[in-house]
Write a protein that binds this ligand. Structure first.
Ligand SMILES: Cc1ncc(COP(=O)(O)O)c(C=O)c1O
Length: 282
């Protein structure tokens, strides 16, 4: 596996950073994860826009312009010997003596590597997955894709401990998102999505799902969603770049709707797959 570190392409095992890197010491950095199908990155421009937003949010100047990012990412993809990939990009505030204040004149650390893409299996898609709910106890800047994911990790592990795929988070009685995904609700044929805000990471998949809903005349509303609406949903979905559209069929042990992936989840998944294949063929 070939990785990228600070301008160099090298075997992953040879990529080394200082223990004083602020990513290691403070979790002071941001990341992106780009799915790649048949060596073509999917929605790369959108991912690069969100990357820039995260960098702006932590006041870290981008070390590269968009064209440079593209070139490096495409080279990293080309260097792998597998076709479907998930490219991980991480930028930290660099190596400096430990001090909370930003270091001056220190170059950021840029690390990228690519792994084989693990998507949901056909069986998982057909059966759906279970989820648990938890209070969202993260910070108030969840719109930044920060590498400091401790709260998300602890929340997600609770789902794993319960034999489930995801933790659906509620803050002050309202739906925010999943520990590593966005959450959609379907009620009476209407697709509901929580609005973009500092309380959620606006997923690239979330945006595409809403684009597809608009393009195909699927009734949808972007608005705050109460806990009661989550618990009385006809369908509940989790979405992310790797899981795509995945039906949640049980929440806290209680069946969601009919307890099987619902018709709108199946329709949206079909629209998503068609869109993806069209883009990849273009
Ligand atoms: C907290 C959180 N929300 C939402 C998402 C979904 O984002 P995307 O669709 O861009 O993968 C992720 C993805 O990892 C996430 O970690």
């Amino acid at each position: 596996m070939i990785a990228y570190l600070n301008g160099q392409f090298l075997p992953l095992a040879e990529a080394k950073i200082s223990v004083l890197d602020r990513g290691f010491v403070f979790g002071d950095g941001i990341y992106e994860l780009v799915p790649v199908y048949s060596k073509k990155p999917f929605r790369l421009d959108e991912h690069l826009r969100r990357l820039q937003g995260s960098l702006d949010g932590i006041r870290l100047a981008s070390p590269h312009g968009v064209a440079e990012w593209r070139e490096r990412i495409l080279k990293l993809i080309a260097l792998q010997d597998f076709a479907d990939q998930s490219v991980y990009i991480q930028i930290t505030r660099g190596v400096a003596p430990r001090d909370h204040a930003f270091p001056q004149g220190v170059p950021p650390t840029v690390f990228m590597f690519s792994q084989p893409l693990v998507t949901a299996t056909a069986e998982q898609k057909a059966a759906g997955v279970c989820a648990i709910s938890m209070a969202d106890n993260r910070w108030l800047r969840c719109n930044l894709k920060a590498i400091s994911l401790l709260a998300n990790i602890l929340l997600r592990q609770q789902a794993v401990d319960a034999g489930c795929a995801e933790t659906v988070m509620l803050r002050d009685g309202y739906l925010t998102e999943g520990a590593a995904s966005n959450i959609f609700v379907v009620k009476d044929g209407v697709l509901l999505a929580p609005p973009p805000s500092n309380l959620i990471l606006t997923g690239i998949t979330y945006d595409l799902v809403l684009e597809l809903a608009a393009a195909h005349g699927i009734p949808h509303e972007v608005r705050v969603i109460s806990e009661a609406e989550v618990r009385n949903a006809d369908e509940l979905w989790m979405t992310s770049s790797t899981k795509e559209i995945m039906a949640i069929v049980k929440l806290d042990g209680v069946p969601v709707g009919a307890g099987v992936p619902g018709p709108l989840a199946q329709r949206m998944d079909a629209l998503y797959q068609t869109f993806k294949h069209q883009v990849m063929r273009a």
